[in-house]
Design a protein around this ligand. Structure first.
Ligand SMILES: [Zn+2]
Ligand SMILES: [Zn+2]
Length: 223
């Protein structure tokens, strides 16, 4: 099983602070229209659907600062239950989230679960973040990552549904190959929150996000 106390985090992608916590990042007012994905690709391996069994399985655990059933319900709510538009089902269901109800460390099949969400009071250094681990060179000729580990700061999960929808979908966007924008570079996207100088925090992936996620899953993005 992946031992996240010992595992070496090979890649840290992106952070999201509580909106407004940092207002003075260095800015560049790029006019941008591009969405921001990694080139070459960086994402969870399973989204190419190499076989019919490769779903995006996930579990949720916490440090006790939020009870596990509530944390699970909020992650699920952000990923699809509450939403009118969501990541789930991208690319003709190549992206297909499968939740587990038990806390991650209690699951016998933990090693086969691609995504772990961990809710903790401190987050990762005071923010929420997504880490991809265990890279391997995949059959589509780019590195992919076997596991994703998303740390959600407890206050991001307990300050209203609009915020936890945004944070969970933003961090899950990192798992699926998106990266953070440059400051002030704001095409409509769940990746482009107020923390980055954008006008709003989207709760759900935008149509553009869905399109880009689909192209990544289909390995057809213009790398
Ligand atoms: Zn981010
Ligand atoms: Zn790939």
């Amino acid at each position: 099983m992946p031992n996240y106390h010992a595992i070496r985090l090979v890649l840290a992608v992106g952070v999201l602070l509580f909106a407004g916590a940092v207002a003075l990042l260095a800015s560049g007012s790029m006019k941008a229209r591009a969405y921001h994905y990694h080139s070459p690709p960086i994402h969870i391996w399973s989204m190419h659907e190499y076989s019919s069994a490769t779903h995006e399985e996930f579990c949720v655990h916490t440090d006790g600062s939020l009870d596990q059933p509530t944390a699970l319900a909020r992650v699920k709510g952000a990923l699809w239950v509450d939403g009118t538009r969501e990541w789930d089902g991208l690319a003709s269901s190549k992206v297909w989230f499968i939740p587990y109800s038990g806390s991650c460390p209690t699951l016998a099949n933990r090693a086969s679960i691609e995504i772990e969400y961990y809710v903790s009071a401190g987050g990762c250094g005071g923010v929420s973040c997504a880490n991809l681990t265990d890279p391997y060179f995949g059959p589509l000729w780019h590195n992919e990552y076997k596991y994703a580990y998303v740390t959600l700061k407890t206050s991001h999960m307990t300050s209203g549904s609009a915020l936890y929808h945004d944070v969970v979908n933003h961090e899950t966007g990192h798992v699926l190959g998106f990266k953070d924008p440059n400051y002030g570079d704001c095409p409509l996207s769940v990746m482009h929150s107020r923390y980055y100088g954008c006008a709003s925090d989207l709760e759900w992936p935008s149509d553009g996000d869905i399109w880009v996620g689909t192209t990544i899953a289909n390995n057809s993005a213009p790398y």
